[in-house]
Design a protein around this ligand. Structure first.
Ligand code: URA
Length: 438
């Protein structure tokens, strides 16, 4: 077997064996062949695609490149959620303790944001003292004790994915369903959850902007998960507008923590509440704690309204050495001062948002990365107030911008204004949950 023959076979559209795919993954991670050969292989996959069997073999080879966590000794069913990423998506910060309060064990490995999408790990770094790195034994022990733990992916989990992703990033081969599937699932499977719920986002602020391609990715994720013995379910959710109000790091973390207070289901942004309770109810149902969606939702709402979920949140943050003050509205997290308020220019309905541009406006403030090693201002943020379908009057506040630098705030404000479309006629609101698959 050699790499040239394998590239040639894929270029001609032939199906590769599990052994050939393992050879590629192991060879690349051990520097047995050159980067340019891997880039040719990835481009051949981009054009020719992969069969479900090949995608599963690729996932397996990447999964087995590192350690797999053993969650079999946990005292409750294990479950995790993966979001394909968006703007204002702070759901994991509420979902993990809420699911734990419902009786699940939630070991979560999270990532950083890049470009217009935010990352859970960066948001958690806004919490003073919060420890995002620990060894696997401590991670599992913490999950068992507090019901959930969220850490960064260490180099020992699916290390092949890290190298292959970096290569895809510079060879225009990121947007390829089998490669995305193997990348996501190798990491998710490694953390060992029995149930995996995918929040597949579509719209102008998502990775996949149309539902057809999103369905293709969902089908591939479900097929691989089931092949590895996991219970899978996909919720397709709208990402044509920011989720909740806050976009940033400190401010999103505050919004998420505040939403989990006992009265949060009534006071927090409706879309954030609706999506969070839907996803947690799916975790509860699919993991087998409740027989159907209505009973799962009842369990979730009871855990939320009783304050038990908020207690789980406090215990989890403390266990990971984070310091927050639950008596303060801002939990003691730092947010930059209000620099600018953007007003609606006319009386009109908000009909469309280029949500990717709203995410990129955070980069204008220094609060998002365009390159992996860009420094982040965790205190910078935006509050994007209206939703699609809302009627605004001239002078109503469209967005508030928090930043220490006025010219950066102006750049972000200009970008947001060019990202929104108004209509003189009533515009329909967007549905939040677009479809399901399992
Ligand atoms: N997220 C991942 O982890 N990998 C991809 O390839 C795309 C999104």
């Amino acid at each position: 077997m050699n790499i040239l023959e394998i590239i040639e076979a894929k270029k001609r559209g032939r199906e590769l064996s599990a052994g050939q795919i393992e050879y590629v993954v192991n060879g690349f991670t051990s520097d047995a062949f050159a980067d340019y050969q891997m880039s040719a292989f990835l481009m051949a996959v981009w054009f020719r695609g992969m069969t479900p069997e090949e995608t599963s073999s690729l996932t397996g080879a990447m999964l087995h490149s590192g350690e797999e966590l053993d969650t079999s000794g946990m005292s409750g069913p294990t479950a995790d959620k993966h979001s394909t990423g968006g703007v204002g998506d702070k759901v994991s910060l509420l979902l993990a303790p809420l699911a734990a309060a419902c009786g699940l064990k939630v070991p979560m490995l999270s990532g950083r944001g890049l470009g217009h999408t935010g990352g859970t790990l960066d948001k958690l770094e806004a919490v003073p003292g919060y420890r995002i790195h620990m060894d696997n034994d401590e991670f599992l022990a913490l999950t068992e004790k507090t019901g959930c733990a969220i850490i960064g992916q260490s180099g020992s989990i699916a290390p092949a994915d890290g190298r292959i992703y970096a290569m895809r990033d510079v060879t225009a081969t990121v947007d390829c369903v089998p490669l995305i599937t193997a990348s996501i699932m190798s990491k998710k499977l490694a953390a060992g959850p029995g149930t995996i719920i995918i929040d597949l986002k579509t719209g102008s602020g998502a990775f996949m902007d149309d539902l057809t391609r999103a369905r293709e990715l969902a089908a591939a994720l479900v097929a691989v998960g089931k092949l590895y013995g996991r219970r899978m379910s996909v919720v397709f959710s709208d990402m044509d507008q920011p989720l909740g109000v806050a976009v940033g790091h400190s401010n999103e973390t505050i919004e998420a923590f505040a939403a989990l207070r006992p009265d949060g289901r009534r006071s927090a942004p409706e879309d954030l509440v609706a999506l969070t309770e839907d996803l947690v109810a799916e975790m509860v149902r699919v993991a087998g704690l409740e027989p159907d969606r209505p009973s799962a939702l009842t369990r979730v709402r009871e855990a939320w309204d009783s304050g038990r979920a908020f207690d789980f949140l406090l215990a989890w943050i403390k266990a990971q050495d984070g310091v927050i003050d639950p008596d303060r509205e801002d939990f003691g997290l730092k947010v930059a001062p209000l620099a600018l308020e953007l007003e609606a220019p006319n009386d009109a309905w908000l009909s469309k948002i280029n949500c990717r541009q709203v995410g990129l406006s955070l980069a204008d403030l220094g609060g998002a990365r365009l390159q992996y090693d860009d420094p982040l201002d965790l205190t910078a943020g935006i509050e994007f107030l209206p939703k699609i379908g809302d009627k605004l009057n001239r002078g109503d506040i469209l967005a508030k911008i928090y930043c220490t630098n006025k010219s950066k705030a102006q750049a972000a404000s200009d970008r947001i204004l060019s990202a929104v479309t108004f209509s003189s006629e009533a515009a329909p609101a967007n549905a939040l949950i677009l479809d399901r698959m399992e």
